[in-house]
Design a protein around this ligand. Structure first.
Ligand code: FMN
Ligand code: SF4
Length: 551
């Protein structure tokens, strides 16, 4: 069924894209009405039920979004910072209560108190300027520290378009296999969470026959606490675009899609500007530099759904389908966007490619530790004395990141949630055991993920955080498999009941629930949620024991 829908949607493809059209309608009127659904389904020859199914899934397409003029961030970092109740109170003096909505993580985790209005994001002390923001859409500076400790693969100064792309034509004169080989030698693994080697994906796509192939950049950075992809898109967009072009050349793809979350309006505008500049410079389109290589870009603005970061849900999203996770095989490299061979990679993964092309795969492989080669961006939240984005060589001790780069904690902290909502909850006692690489985190029962760090202050109840994680997963579940769809809601209900009454959770039942989610879920949303909860039970038993029976 979804295969047929992919084909149908593929007739219009990227130009006149169905999902884009739904977003445009919602931008103008606040939602997509039933009349709009009927008209659009007619235009695209899709069933009304299919289009309605899509519309009803996304936060920014649903009728509940209509009339909202300001959105308060409800992500984990703003939650643990405790900044949002006060922020909301202040906003209520300037907006009607029904004009205030919520968005999940604006990527302003470095200073919190984040909100979005008039298509721009604000944080920190910006609320004090709300009158002028409301009047003329003033932009308030978004300052966070960016620093490098080790090799600057991603954080070096940008030398300008001419110099940066000066080697492109030379690269396009080499064979795709030569460039692929550099990536194989580099050992570059996906930075989006799973750590899968990029060269395998590119090779699989390259070896799949097809006149039309796609490179998709996953810029849905939904993990609350992470803003490193935002940094790259806003401050280093050409690293990402150049990387996508090389990936296109290797695989035989002539189209690149950058799927960027709507919560990052500045990233969308800056990336679009960078693409326009490339067209003006003759570095995109047909026969680039006389090499015979064609490449075009398209930005797709997401509409507020965490699960669209999962690569198959993301592809369904671009197709205008309800973003339900797909069963694999077939893999996207065989049947991807519009059923064509497609490579999906994270922003940071793609952004490493230009450095590898310039310096060679062996130079990249020489950085890091073991199978975790190269560098990693780490996002530090507002609990650090110097929050920001730090590029470190893989293998850098976590203690160095916390003390030397982050400057230590501003106020007492008892745990860090590292690697997004599905990452592990790391107690302070484990800091000496960990370094920034896939193996160290995995061996210690945690997950490096995208390397975002959200701190839990000493006075923040762990049970409240668990409740938040279940609630987040229940809201974001795509609903395809019941261990996640039902499990996240049942988990939330159990924990909520225990925090709001003298109800005690049956520990055996709770363990069964976690095990069912872990082994029975189709993707890492339902399957990954148990990790931080099990970490919490292991390291914070003294705090959590009171909420359980059958010890
Ligand atoms: C629930 C869920 C959310 C995800 N969110 C993201 C995301 O925001 N960005 C991302 O790059 N990968 C995300 N992923 C991982 C992608 O499915 C995929 O592995 C990744 O985009 C591949 O790129 P990489 O190999 O470069 O990491 C998510 C996975 C799951 C299960
Ligand atoms: S685990 Fe959750 S998000 Fe993933 S496929 Fe199942 S229902 Fe969808």
């Amino acid at each position: 069924m979804s295969k047929n829908l992919g084909e149908l949607s593929g007739r219009k493809g990227l130009s006149g894209n169905l999902f884009e059209e739904l977003g445009n309608v919602a931008s103008a009127s606040g939602t997509v009405s039933i009349e709009d659904v009927a008209r659009i389904s007619g235009d695209f020859l899709m069933g009304k039920a299919n289009v309605y199914g899509t519309v009803s899934f996304y936060d920014f397409l649903r009728p509940e979004n209509q009339g909202k003029k300001v959105y308060v961030c409800n992500g984990s970092a703003c939650l643990t910072a405790g900044s949002q109740d006060g922020l909301k109170e202040k906003l209520e003096k300037h907006f009607d209560a029904n004009e205030i909505g919520e968005m999940c993580c604006l990527g302003r985790c470095h200073e919190n108190a984040a909100f979005s209005t008039g298509g721009k994001n604000y944080s920190g002390a910006a609320i004090e300027q709300i009158e002028s923001i409301k009047k003329d859409g003033s932009v308030v500076a978004d300052n966070y520290r960016v620093a490098t400790r080790g090799t600057a693969v991603l954080t070096g100064p940008f030398p300008g378009i001419d110099k940066f792309y000066s080697g492109l034509t030379g690269l396009l004169k080499k064979t795709p296999d030569e460039l692929l080989n550099e990536l194989k030698v580099s050992g570059l693994r996906g930075r989006g969470g799973a750590g899968f080697p990029i060269a395998f994906k590119l090779e699989s796509c390259k070896n799949t026959a097809g006149a039309q192939k796609y490179i998709v950049c996953n810029a849905d950075e939904g993990d609350p606490g992470a803003y490193s992809d935002r940094y790259l898109l806003e401050q280093q967009p050409h690293l990402v675009l150049h990387g996508m072009m090389i990936a296109g050349y290797i695989t035989g793809a002539n189209a690149g899609v950058v799927y960027i979350r709507a919560e990052y309006p500045e990233a969308i505008a800056i990336t679009q500007k960078a693409i326009d500049l490339l067209y003006d410079a003759g570095l995109l389109g047909k026969n680039i530099g006389g090499t015979g290589f064609d490449f075009d870009f398209k930005i797709i603005r997401a509409q507020g759904a965490y699960i669209c970061g999962e690569e198959t849900a993301l592809l369904s999203s671009i197709e205008g389908q309800r973003p339900e996770v797909r069963v694999r095989p077939p893999y996207p490299t065989q049947h991807g966007l519009f059923n064509k061979p497609t490579v999906v990679n994270n922003v940071e993964t793609l952004a490493c490619i230009p450095w590898i092309m310039l310096n060679g795969g062996a130079a990249f492989a020489a950085i890091g530790k073991g199978k975790s080669t190269g560098t990693k961006l780490v996002s530090l939240d507002g609990f650090f004395k110097t929050p920001g984005i730090y590029e470190v060589d893989m293998g850098t001790p976590l203690s160095v990141v916390i003390e030397e780069l982050g400057g230590g904690f501003r106020t007492p902290v008892k745990a860090m949630h590292i690697g997004g909502p599905l990452g592990g909850l790391v107690p302070l006692s484990k800091i000496p055991d960990l370094s920034i690489d896939f193996e160290s985190f995995g061996q210690n029962g945690f997950l490096l993920g995208h390397a975002s760090v959200v701190c839990l202050p000493a006075d923040f109840p762990i049970i409240k955080y668990i409740e938040h994680l279940f609630h987040f997963t229940a809201h974001e579940s795509c609903g395809k498999c019941f261990p996640c769809r039902l499990g996240s809601t049942r988990g939330y209900e159990l924990v909520h009941k225990a925090t709001s009454s003298d109800y005690k959770i049956d520990r055996e039942l709770f363990t069964d629930l976690l095990t069912t989610m872990e082994i029975g879920s189709l993707c890492a949303l339902g399957g990954g949620l148990p990790l931080p909860i099990k970490n919490s039970l292991k390291y914070f038993e003294n705090e959590l024991g009171q909420y359980f029976i059958n010890q």
